[in-house]
Design a protein around this ligand. Sequence first.
Ligand SMILES: CC(=O)SCCNC(=O)CCNC(=O)[C@H](O)C(C)(C)COP(=O)(O)OP(=O)(O)OC[C@H]1O[C@@H](n2cnc3c(N)ncnc32)[C@H](O)[C@@H]1OP(=O)(O)O
Ligand SMILES: O=C([O-])CC(=O)C(=O)O
Length: 385
Amino acid sequence: MQYIPGLAGVPATESKISYIDGQQGLLTYRGFDIQELAEHSTFEETTLLLLFGHLPTADELTTFDKLLRENRRVKYNIREIMKNLPTTTHPMHMLQVVVASLASFYPSTEYMKGGSENQDYINDVTVKIIAHMGTLVANWEHMRNGFDPIEPRKDLNYAENFLYMVTGEEPDKDWARLLDAILILHAEHTINASTFTTMVTGSTLANPCSVISSAIASLSGPLHGGANQKVIEMLDEIGTPEKARPYIEQRLADKKVIWGMGHREYKTKDPRATILQKLSMELLEKKSGAGELSAAFETAMEVERVCEELLGHKGVYPNVDFYSGILYKEMGFDPGLFTPIFAVARSAGWMAHWREQLQNNKIFRPTQVYTGSGKACYIPLAERE
Ligand SMILES: CC(=O)SCCNC(=O)CCNC(=O)[C@H](O)C(C)(C)COP(=O)(O)OP(=O)(O)OC[C@H]1O[C@@H](n2cnc3c(N)ncnc32)[C@H](O)[C@@H]1OP(=O)(O)O
Ligand SMILES: O=C([O-])CC(=O)C(=O)O
């Protein structure tokens, strides 16, 4: 029996939701190129595409959008749970706890047994979770800073409302469009660690709120979604482009990873990193004028150059987390919000995989290669040396 560390290259499921060509650096959702979706779609439309497999009709989109808007408000009891968390709680830990607690308000035990009410439950909870994610993240941003949360608005789309709830100001249309593209880019990515977590937890028929809570935990780690916060911390630590090379050389000598670099599937630059880099450049030039880039962006480009030279032969290139933080920073988001914004977007992909898993469920239960001792004899405590 051969053990494959990290299940690298091992197919663990069949899925129709998204596809990666890691050699060419291509990503499609339901056959649609990510670049095209980022340019032309909205988070609401892309979510429907991921969930149901086709671009929605105008009626389908309007109905779904209305449901999302109507389900944004969080219950008073949930706010009370949030109020009782220490304000030092990282937003990803808040999200994990509070999304798990939603199971108390939206219980389910028997939704797999067939019948239309189960489909209704699956659809309702899908909307509820995706709609709540943005509100929870935005509310906590105020609560952890000692302020009252801002209520969601129904007259705004998902990205606009999120910006409004975080800033308390009327959302700028261009920024909302930018955030919309960012949400689309992060919405789905085949069977990555957090999606695999979704599927493993989902395969036991656990409550979907517990399923998504487990996915949030998985995404929070710095080798996965948590890397976007690490990248901006790293860029700040480096400071200026000329300090990039010695910093990287030292980290590599210390056998430490360069945050935002490398990917299990891509052996070239992640297509989302290319788009996010372009969006960052456009935003920076818009804010400061042509050719005027931030220290973080200039440093990031130098880190990319040096890494290509030193790590390119291993297929290590920028991943999605490398340039996203620069955008978030320029948009005024606190670094603690970077990974939660990823989670908000990814809730669409997680729910799509959870639903796909249920259609043909088999509990995930791989095997292991035992490397422990042979049969051992129990020795009473008093006789042990
Ligand atoms: C949304 C996301 O999850 S995207 C990923 C976000 N994570 C990060 O940015 C953290 C930094 N990157 C990494 O740790 C890794 O590249 C991972 C976890 C993303 C992928 O890991 P794996 O597929 O297991 O690749 P693995 O660790 O085997 O790397 C292959 C080789 O490239 C090297 N390598 C990979 N990534 C990096 C990196 N970021 N910095 C330095 N070296 C790296 C490894 O040391 C290894 O070298 P070796 O063959 O000489 O031992
Ligand atoms: O696919 C992965 O392993 C990680 C990733 O880029 C994502 O989840 O977006």
